[in-house]
Design a protein around this ligand. Structure first.
Ligand code: KG4
Ligand code: ZN
Length: 339
């Protein structure tokens, strides 16, 4: 089954075509992405109405682009999958209405899928793909979750953030530091020049059992440290970098401690990391060391499939459509809050 996948939940317009008659990454016939990041950067965050309008402008040209890349006509598509949530409602509706309109015109099945399931299974598109079952750490701008994955659609939530998501913490720390949006990569860059030994920030919720996370206290700790140095007149460039490094170390260490615990608790030997924060180099290095120590293995999507993209939606949608799942024709789904 050759399926068109559409992602428009936030600030990236992603489109891809996945063919279920092939295995893993070989099934990805084409994939295209248009990022709105530079447009929103001016405002320091995503402006929902601008996001919707830009998706409207870019989506159809991107669909033409992937069809050309896959050397296919529209009539050769056998299904359409789109991100039905969670996300910005207007942005979601652009993808949902386009998917339903095209499916109706072509008389093919259509299905709305969960954005986080896309992230969760994005590593399946890699040459080194994990076999089921595995533990997954989902770390994006909106979610921080540990999930036990038994198979497609068989997910058990092991723990999640009780307040800010890890990516949100990176973005907020970046704002305090006066760094550009989106903050994660900027914080990581500045942290590289920081001394990891100068400050030690707390590792929230690691001193008690359980797999939940909390990152809002760390944000406050960062702000307080910055203020103290500002008031003392000691906030030079090196100190800013050192504080940034301490923040990154604390987030990464907290995530790694919980991953270790999740592997011990489930007895599983494979861990998958996905979502925007999984692009973080320090996190990857640390997790690699920890998994190796336990005779376990870590799996990641390639850099461009860590953040939002159409390929992960085409993949998940294709699996589900091939298994017979469908939306009711004419009933598009756009669910901004979807647990
Ligand atoms: O998955 P994603 O693209 O969008 C959501 O669904 O949220 O994740 C975006 C998040 C942002 O918070 C961004 O700051 C963070 O991922 N991020 C990073 C890095 N690259 C992106 N955080 C830390 N280190 C990075 N290298
Ligand atoms: Zn995402």
């Amino acid at each position: 089954m050759r399926v068109l996948g559409i992602e428009t939940s936030c600030d990236e317009t992603g489109v891809a075509i996945y063919d279920t008659s092939r295995q893993g990454g070989d099934g990805l016939l084409a994939d295209a992405l248009y990022s709105q990041v530079s447009m929103h950067a001016e405002y320091g965050g995503v402006v929902p109405e601008l996001a919707s309008r830009d998706h409207t402008r870019k989506l159809l040209p991107l669909i033409e682009q992937v069809l050309a890349e896959a050397k296919m006509t529209r009539a050769e598509l056998e299904g359409i999958a789109y991100t039905a949530g969670p996300g910005l409602v207007g942005a979601l509706m652009v993808g949902a209405s386009t998917a339903h309109g095209m499916a109706r015109a072509l008389d093919i099945p259509v299905l709305g899928v969960h954005h986080m399931e896309g992230h969760l299974l994005a590593p399946m598109l890699e040459e080194k793909a994990p076999a089921f079952p595995f533990v997954a750490l989902l770390v994006s701008g909106g979610h921080t979750q540990l999930v036990a994955v038994q198979g497609l659609g068989e997910y058990t939530l092991l723990g999640e953030s009780v307040d800010d998501a890890a990516g949100e913490a990176f973005d907020k720390a970046a704002k305090m530091l006066g760094l550009a949006y989106p903050g994660g990569p900027e914080v990581a860059r500045l942290a590289e020049t920081g001394d990891p030994k100068r400050f030690r920030f707390p590792r929230p919720m690691t001193d008690r059992p359980g797999l939940d996370f909390s990152f809002s206290g760390l944000k406050t700790h960062t702000l307080t440290t910055l203020r103290q140095h500002e008031e003392a007149g000691t906030l030079d460039a090196q100190t800013r970098a050192d504080i940034t490094r301490a923040f990154e170390e604390a987030v990464v260490d907290t995530l790694v401690i919980k991953c270790r615990r999740a592997l011990d608790q489930t007895g599983l030997k494979r861990i998958v990391m996905a979502g925007g924060v999984s692009a973080n180099t320090r996190l990857r290095e640390r997790l690699a060391v920890e998994t190796q120590k336990r005779g376990a293995e870590a799996f990641y999507p390639r850099g461009r499939f860590c953040t939002d993209n159409g390929a992960m939606i085409a993949y998940v949608g294709a699996q589900r459509l091939a298994a017979g799942e469908r939306d009711v024709p004419g009933e598009m789904q756009a669910t901004p809050r979807w647990p």
